[in-house]
Design a protein around this ligand. Structure first.
Ligand code: PGA
Length: 261
């Protein structure tokens, strides 16, 4: 079975005014049944806004939290439980964004690979699709593919091996490869760089999980993806979609979706 493309819009901590939400939702109104039959689409509103808009999108668009806790409901101040997502009818949760892994030097504790593996297991156990972000900082990109795989990508992937092995439907764990140096910078990985890294990720999964998983798992590209670069990136055989930040707050998100759908 060919892999179904998947595109996500990550609104991060935007917009300031909730009055802008209807316009942001409208940017996705072109996702009709025909498009959604060819491409999975998810949108990550900010935590505060998610419950206000989760029933405002076209049916089939997955409204997706940008984080979850590791356990369930109870005494976890400031957290969101997957059980609550299930209750709201949500189908997908994103975790491990580099902005939560501490790449930008925020004065908050970094989320570790072990914590993220616990979250991923919890998401999958509750029946949701899990988008798991990985990526490398610029100094490792500059050292070349072998170094960035060994020092950044493989440690982030290794914790997923038992999960991927146990997963019957491999499409439920989506890997979002987002080079940190390309996020929000306007610098996109070239199609050659992105394809080479996606292929290295898939080859590593083939060697360390199995070939079936490598063939079926979807790997999205993220980092300044937009209407202009999406067609060329979509043509790369190992790129199965996009995780889009800035451009997902604009009407051009539909062009990114159409490029790969
Ligand atoms: P960007 O963000 O498209 O604005 O670079 C992508 C992301 O961080 O998910």
């Amino acid at each position: 079975m060919p892999r179904k493309p998947i595109v996500g819009g990550n609104w991060k901590c935007n917009p300031v005014e909730h009055a802008k939400l209807p316009d942001l939702v409208k940017n996705f109104s072109g996702c009709d049944e025909a498009i959604l039959a060819k491409c999975d689409v998810y949108v990550c509103p900010s935590n505060l806004h998610l419950a206000m808009v989760h029933d405002k999108f076209n049916a089939g668009i997955m409204v997706t939290p940008q984080n979850c806790n590791f356990k369930g409901c109870g005494a976890y101040t400031g957290e969101m439980a997957v059980d609550q997502m299930v209750d709201l009818g949500l189908k997908c949760c994103l975790i491990g964004h580099s902005e939560r892994r501490g790449e930008f030097g925020l004065p908050t504790p970094k989320e570790s690979d072990e914590l993220l593996a616990t979250k991923a297991a919890y998401i999958l156990e509750k029946g949701l699709l899990c988008v798991y972000c990985i990526g490398e900082p610029l100094p490792l990109r500059e050292k070349g593919l072998d170094a960035l795989m060994a020092e950044a990508i493989i440690p982030q992937l290794a914790v997923l091996v038992p999960l991927l092995k146990g997963l019957e439907d491999k499409s439920r764990l989506v890997i979002a490869y987002e080079p940190v140096w390309a996020i929000g910078t306007g610098v996109t990985a070239s199609p050659e760089q992105a394809q080479e890294t996606h292929k290295a990720i898939r080859d590593w999964i083939a060697a360390n999980v199995d070939q079936k998983t490598a063939d079926e798992v979807r790997i999205q590209y993220g980092g300044s993806a937009n209407a202009k670069n999406a067609p060329e990136l979509s043509a790369c055989p190992d790129i199965d979609g996009f995780l889009v930040g800035g451009a997902s707050l604009k009407p051009e998100i539909m062009d990114v979706i159409k490029a790969i759908a």
